[in-house]
Design a protein around this ligand. Structure first.
Ligand SMILES: C[S@@+](CC[C@H](N)C(=O)[O-])C[C@H]1O[C@@H](n2cnc3c(N)ncnc32)[C@H](O)[C@@H]1O
Length: 252
């Protein structure tokens, strides 16, 4: 029997985080906001990644990206973390040709599906990364360079003992705020009330320290905005009778 060929896309599945070591050489375990699902990467998704990475993909690097060189223009760059299968991200990129989009997702089938949809739609103002977004923010994005950051329906980590795995934590918001240009936005959405309250607490408590302000007329959440396309997880939540909470803050 011939061994299956290990392609670029297969290798990507194993390199979504950078290994870090303690001073005495032991692997440093980190609290991650994701679990790498072993879900099957279809032949089509694999091919999409292998054939289109040069045009659409960016890799983790230890120095900041040069957005003007990557997109060939000076338009604002909007980062989306955890785009899932990418449909809503591609729709946003298509609807906003005056902006550049950078999607970050660790789930390779989603990355392959997103590329396929971007190609089908002829979207050019989009790049994707298959790596832990917290490392990308920390190492690859220049301070004060982003037009916005969106995080739609992040894994809620329901159990209290898992709350430390939620991506929205004070350090995360401090990092995001540092990366935003003046006027840049933070847009979070969730269908899990307890996570929505946690997000609001973290954002409100850091408002003056990191120079952001809540645009909500009621001082908490904003009504669901029409410009946010329905995502796969949002639809699933709706079917389960969940509510939805949107938070929108702007950098001073
Ligand atoms: C609950 S799903 C939501 C997907 C999509 N936004 C939607 O609404 O349909 C959360 C996604 O975030 C991704 N994710 C979680 N932590 C991440 C991280 N640190 N970096 C990149 N992606 C992450 C997961 O792989 C997963 O696909």
């Amino acid at each position: 029997m011939t061994e299956p060929k290990i392609t670029f896309a297969d290798k990507k599945r194993k390199t979504v985080e950078t290994a870090e070591f303690t001073e005495d050489g032991r692997y440093k375990r980190k609290v991650r906001s994701f679990v790498l699902r072993t879900g099957r990467l279809s032949e089509f998704q694999r091919q999409m990644m292998n054939d289109n990475w040069a045009d659409y993909g960016l890799d983790y690097q230890t120095e900041p990206f040069d957005f003007s060189a990557i997109y060939g223009n000076q338009q604002p760059v909007i980062v989306e973390i955890g785009f899932g299968m990418g449909k809503s991200l591609v729709e946003m990129a298509e609807q906003n040709p005056d902006k550049n989009y950078l999607g970050i997702e660790v789930h390779t089938p989603g990355v392959g599906a997103c590329l396929a949809y971007a190609i089908e739609k002829g979207v050019k103002n989009l790049r994707v990364i298959c790596h832990d977004a917290t490392e990308i923010l920390r190492d690859c994005i220049t301070d004060h360079s982003l037009g916005g950051l969106q995080l739609f329906f992040p894994d809620p980590w329901h159990k209290t003992k898992h709350h430390k795995r939620r991506i929205v934590q004070p350090y995360f918001v401090e990092t995001v705020a540092k990366k935003l240009a003046p006027g840049g936005f933070i847009h979070f959405a969730t269908d899990w009330e307890n996570y929505a309250e946690h997000m609001l607490d973290v954002l409100q408590s850091l408002q003056s320290a990191v120079g952001i302000r809540n645009v909500s007329a009621t001082g908490n959440f904003i009504p669901r905005p029409d410009f946010r396309p329905l995502t796969k997880f949002e639809r699933r939540g709706q079917q389960l009778g969940h509510g939805v909470w949107d938070l929108y803050f702007v950098k001073n």
